[in-house]
Design a protein around this ligand. Structure first.
Ligand code: TMO
Length: 313
């Protein structure tokens, strides 16, 4: 606490109950950074909002599954993008153990799954059904996959269980994990010139929807427990045969101790809610306009004061 704050607190101490002075700790709020653009921009947006309130912030690059254990233990303070499809299972597991809290939903409705650019449908008109995709498997074959189709899944830490799904549904596909999100965009870009049919992991909200019209493959509809109980879902002895939720949540998560240690920042965190257009725009700033996430966050904050200032005041 600086001298000014001490003098101020002393001056009003007699008039107000002590509890109302509860100030945020000077310790840094630890914000995790992951490997896709909207998360990087949003995390910097929120970090810069906290800094504007006088808080200290530290960023750490972490694995996007292991982070829920780190939040639970208080090593990381919060998470801004808990996507139901990719991280619902890890988040639920951490909630059960304790130490992490659900800090509310964003407005955004999310989906993450197998996806194709629209030209793919010309070569496989039965799409978006997964059975039709499977009947077309050979048009997705590459030297690497022999006579089976190639599906480019996300990086392994997004844990999409593509391999398990292919096995459970007995699909004629080989699942390859991309090394990075950029590898997914490169795959779509390379296929675009001669309209080569491809199927890759993608999600919404994202910048990609503004660049390449496309659709998600329709797998057996998600039912709760499909990833936990083999009896749930259309294949009796399998896990992961369901598609990801078609209208998934995006939540914020926080360490249970955040509310007491940084009450003002925690209150702002609970108010923050981004919609699909805002999250897609954050990705656009990096993936199309080629800004660094820190700079993208500065631009976003400068252009959207009407969105975020009410959360702070
Ligand atoms: C977690 N992600 C949005 C990349 O699917």
């Amino acid at each position: 606490m600086n001298k000014y704050k001490i003098a101020f607190v002393a001056g009003v101490m007699t008039a107000m109950p002590v509890a109302s002075f509860a100030a945020d700790s000077d310790d840094p709020i630890v914000i995790p950074l992951h490997n896709w653009s909207s998360q990087l921009v949003m995390s910097n947006v929120v970090g810069q909002i906290f800094e504007s309130m006088g808080n200290n912030v530290e960023y750490v690059t972490t694995d996007s599954q292991a982070v829920y254990e780190s939040i639970r233990l208080g090593d990381v303070t919060l998470g801004m993008e808990v996507w139901e499809g990719a991280f619902g299972a890890s988040f639920r597991a951490a909630l059960e153990k304790g130490g992490i809290v659900d800090a509310g939903d964003h407005d955004a409705v999310t989906r993450e799954d197998w996806w194709y650019p629209m030209w793919t449908k010309d070569a496989c008109p039965g799409l978006p059904s997964w059975e039709a995709l499977n009947d077309c498997a050979e048009i997705f074959a590459t030297p690497e996959t022999g006579d089976k189709g190639r599906y480019l899944d996300g990086p392994v830490d997004w844990l999409k269980h593509g391999k398990e799904r292919v096995e459970a549904l007995e699909m004629d596909f080989v699942v390859i994990n991309a090394g990075s999100a950029a590898a997914l965009w490169a795959e779509i870009g390379a296929a675009e010139a001669d309209k080569k049919p491809i199927v890759v992991f993608n999600w919404t909200p994202n910048f990609a929807e503004a660049v390449w019209p496309g659709e998600f493959v329709e797998f057996p509809e998600w039912v709760d427990g499909c990833d936990k109980d083999p009896a749930v879902g259309p294949v009796p002895d399998a896990l992961y045969e369901c598609g990801n939720p078609a209208d998934g949540y995006m939540k914020k998560a926080a360490w249970e101790g955040m509310e007491e240690k940084w009450p003002a920042a925690y209150e702002v965190l609970t108010k923050i809610s981004f919609n699909n257009a805002q999250i897609a725009e954050m990705a656009v700033l990096v993936d199309i306009e080629e800004m660094e996430p820190v700079e993208a966050a500065e631009v976003w904050l400068a252009e959207n004061e009407d969105v975020w200032k009410p959360w702070v005041n």
